[in-house]
Design a binder for this molecule. Structure first.
Ligand SMILES: Cc1ncc(COP(=O)(O)O)c(C=O)c1O
Length: 280
């Protein structure tokens, strides 16, 4: 992978040659934001939505976007291989300052990095995956896509340590999201997901699923979901740009529904693939 070409601060160069200063505030403080954008057959998926969310994240950390949306489109397109399904990761940090000080430095140029990776969302997921649940230990700005991900790292590792694919989070008895995903549940035949708030990342995949549901007259609702109601779900899914829609068949060692991906998931899997095809 070392000969993979990545973007760093205006240059396209082999990954092995992409170097930043140890004084970079991304390294020292996690002072930056990021996006992950899927690309199907070389076409960036819902790019405008991702760039709008990037604008919101940058506004939240009071950093100016170094590029216009058009510049981002061109910058990222050059990283994509024609015809492949990939995702692009982009990150902007507040840059490298001469000294380590928490307060914002003056006159420092942000560091901009981007790279493409392969995706294969359904590789192991035909039978669904297992999850655990725990208290949401993160901060109060979860709608900012910050690179400061230590809590998410620890929460995801807890899932891996338990032979599971994801950790589902609850705050004060209510569902928030996954360690790196949004969460949907089918409860009494209605597809539900928590409403947008600072407690969750406003996932682009989440928006697509709600759009698909509304277009197809499938009952859905954005509402607070208590742990008690969540435990009654006949289906649970986690969603993200790189994993799309993954059915959870076991939560905290208890079987969900029939223990197989459910009928509503199957419908949405099909509709989601059709939607992807329609924009290729
Ligand atoms: C904490 C968190 N929530 C939700 C998501 C899903 O967002 P999206 O569908 O835009 O990838 C992610 C994506 O990685 C995430 O890290």
């Amino acid at each position: 992978m070392d000969n993979q070409i990545v973007y760093l601060n205006g240059e396209y160069l082999p990954l092995a040659d992409a170097k930043i200063s140890v004084m970079d505030r991304g390294f020292l403080f996690g002072d930056g934001v990021y996006e992950v954008i899927p690309a199907y057959s070389g076409q960036l998926f819902r790019l405008e939505d991702h760039l709008e969310r990037l604008d919101n994240s940058l506004r939240s950390i009071r950093l100016q976007n170094p590029h216009s949306h058009e510049q981002w489109r061109n910058l990222l397109a050059r990283l994509l291989a024609q015809g492949l399904d990939q995702s692009v990761y982009l990150q902007i940090t507040r840059g490298a300052a001469p000294k380590r000080d928490h307060a914002f430095p003056q006159n420092v140029t942000p560091t901009v990095f981007a790279m493409a990776s392969g995706i294969n969302p359904y590789a192991d997921h035909d039978n669904g995956v297992k999850a655990i649940s725990t208290e949401d230990s993160r901060w109060k700005l979860c709608d900012t896509k910050a690179i400061t991900l230590l809590a998410n790292v620890l929460l995801r590792q807890a899932a891996v340590d338990n032979g599971c694919a994801e950790t589902i989070l609850f705050k004060d008895g209510y569902l928030t999201e996954g360690a790196a995903s949004n969460v949907f549940a089918v409860i009494d035949g209605v597809l539900m997901t928590p409403p947008k708030s600072p407690a969750i990342l406003p996932g682009i995949t989440r928006d697509v699923i709600l759009e698909i549901a509304r277009k197809n007259n499938i009952p859905c609702s954005e509402q607070a979901i208590s742990k008690t109601d969540f435990k009654k779900a006949s289906e649970i899914w986690v969603t993200s740009s790189t994993r799309e829609i993954i059915p959870i068949v076991e939560l905290d060692a208890e079987t969900i529904g029939s223990g197989k991906p459910g009928a509503v998931w199957k419908t949405f899997y099909k509709l989601f693939q059709e939607y992807k095809q329609s924009i290729r």
